[in-house]
Ligand binder design. Structure first.
Ligand code: NAP
Length: 229
């Protein structure tokens, strides 16, 4: 199994690299040139392609021959970073490749997610301030996911809860809609978010699903099991 990790040098990305190597996968990683040394611990065991993740030529080279492409979908800057990355991956990935994208709970596929007022306020305030100071463009992550949902590729959009560091607790549980009781704890270890992303590559039940995930040892997961998977 050969996979490409787009955004490999970030916190989530490095956990994904580790999980993929643990499974014996051949790994290609894309990261910004200034971040290549963040992958020093893996450099003898993977191929690193430096470049902006929304650079179409970089993505074309990186995904060639890959059975799966895992993408850290980030909306940094005001330059269509997330949608540019997603579009390039969908355009250049091998036909039939598994495409697994990361985002947060704020992304909704069918409008049936139920958010708390506090969550909606946080997203609205962060979105406005981030755009004002040209730090990030949350709307572009929404646009990236809209394009993914509309595509006929073998995609999965993994929607992460709040994240924390810590040892792995195992594969997160998931549900189709934010607001479902199983997700109420709203916390996942980042290492387990990465585990879910990597495990999704070989899980056909997740094709064209947008699972919202939560840690499997959280109170809500223990109380309500896993209704959707
Ligand atoms: N943080 C949360 O609480 C949270 C919650 C739910 C879901 N998520 C999702 O999880 C994913 C990653 O989250 P994370 O918090 O774990 O972050 P992360 O893994 O540290 O990822 C940040 C990524 O953004 C890149 N990046 C940083 N500044 C950039 C810039 N100016 N231009 C282009 N790329 C830049 C980093 O690359 P470099 O290594 O080159 O800096 C890295 O690949 C995202 O899809 C996010 O939507 C996060």
């Amino acid at each position: 199994m050969k996979i490409c990790i787009v955004g490999a040098s970030g916190k989530l990305g490095r956990y994904m690299v580790q999980h993929a190597l643990d499974r014996g996968y051949e790994v290609v990683g894309v990261c910004r040139a200034q971040s290549v040394d963040k992958l020093d611990a893996f450099k003898d065991r993977m191929t690193i392609i430096p470049g902006a993740t929304n650079d179409r030529e970089v993505i074309r080279r990186a995904v060639a021959g890959c059975d799966g492409v895992l993408v850290v979908l980030v909306p940094w800057g005001i330059q269509q970073y997330a949608s540019g990355t997603a579009q390039a991956v969908m355009d250049y990935a091998e036909p039939g490749a598994r495409l697994v994208f990361s985002c947060g709970w704020h992304i909704t596929r069918d409008g049936k997610d139920l958010y708390s007022r506090a969550f909606l306020t946080l997203v609205a305030v962060f979105g406005r301030v981030a755009r004002l100071v040209r730090f990030a463009e949350l709307d572009d992550q929404v646009e990236a996911c809209r394009r993914i949902f509309a595509s006929d590729t073998r995609w999965t959009v993994v929607r992460g809860s709040n994240l924390e560091e810590g040892e792995s607790q195992g594969l997160p549980v998931w549900s189709r809609h934010v607001g479902d009781p199983v997700l109420a704890s709203n916390i996942t270890r980042r290492i387990d978010f990465a585990l879910f992303m990597v495990a999704a590559v070989e899980d056909d039940s997740l094709v064209q699903e947008a699972p919202a995930i939560v840690g499997c040892q959280t109170p809500s997961a223990l109380a309500h099991g896993n209704p959707s998977s």
